[in-house]
Design a protein around this ligand. Sequence first.
Ligand code: AFP
Length: 338
Amino acid sequence: MKPVSLIQFLIEERRAGHINAELSLLIEVVTRACKRIAVATSKGALGGVLGNAGSDNVQGEAQKKLDVISNEILLEANAWGGHLAACASEEMEDPQPIPDMYPKGNHLLLFDPLDGSSNIDVNISVGTIFSVLRCPEDVTEPKVEDFLQPGTQQLAAGYVVYGPATLLVLTFGHGTHEFTLDREVGSFILSRRDIRIPEQTAEFAINMSNQRHWEAPMQRYVGELLAGKEGPRGKDFNMRWVASMVADVHRIITRGGVFFYPLDAKIKAKGGKLRLMYEANPMAFIVEQAGGAATTGRERIMDLQPTGLHQRVPVFLGSKGEVEVATRYHREADVAFA
Ligand code: AFP
């Protein structure tokens, strides 16, 4: 089979009427920037890019040098690209306008420039997660409220995982597709088209160290998984936790599984750990387009009306069968204790 490059794939998507020329060019700009981030992360200590940057981000978290470098690479590339009205990042409090000297476009871009960065110094896979929205008509200086659109309004979502191979996973709402970076040629090549996540799975991902803080329905659900075939679920389950959402989600996109970052007493006041606009929404779009499901434990993530740029939500995503069981346990508990 003749290899299909990302550029060819984007042309096919345009001919199919799934995307317009501007969105196609925007994805080219974002993925080109991710190739530069792949080079930066692969240098490790030799590039002097490991360790802390000595500053905190808007979430009050210590920034890694590569958080800052990745953020700057994406900002710079998208500033002159001409396809954006503005962008927003995990690393910045407010939306970043496009400098007046550059042409503006009709799209809004949100991104987590380097997800899992606390793993970078120990050489575990990290990634970039992005989501694209339409800029509301007649808005030339987008404000925060212009970004606060439900996940169902996403025009595109994707992530690039910087691991043994550099992989791009992308959706425009017409299936989810994977591309592998051919480092010799410097191009992303289609490696899996129309990915399907198995509905059933025997593999779950959660940070078990938070167990004592979980709500009762989460205790019940995970307790049953751990009880294995002698328990009410009648089968054994295995566990994985990389603590890089991109790596955990990519495993699920590849062989099925279910991922949880539930609400717990420690993070209840914040509403969750993971961010809705540039982690949960893009991953939910990608997973749903691959036949999986994504909820907060109570609601479909992509139906949520966002209230803040850095809003946090609980995340249950992956193989439909297990997301439905865990969500049902939470809804039943809410009814029982209502
Ligand atoms: P960092 O980007 O600060 O490393 O956080 C990674 C993350 O947002 C997500 O990628 C992981 O799934 C989750 O946090 C890991 O959380 P724990 O540190 O609680 O395991």
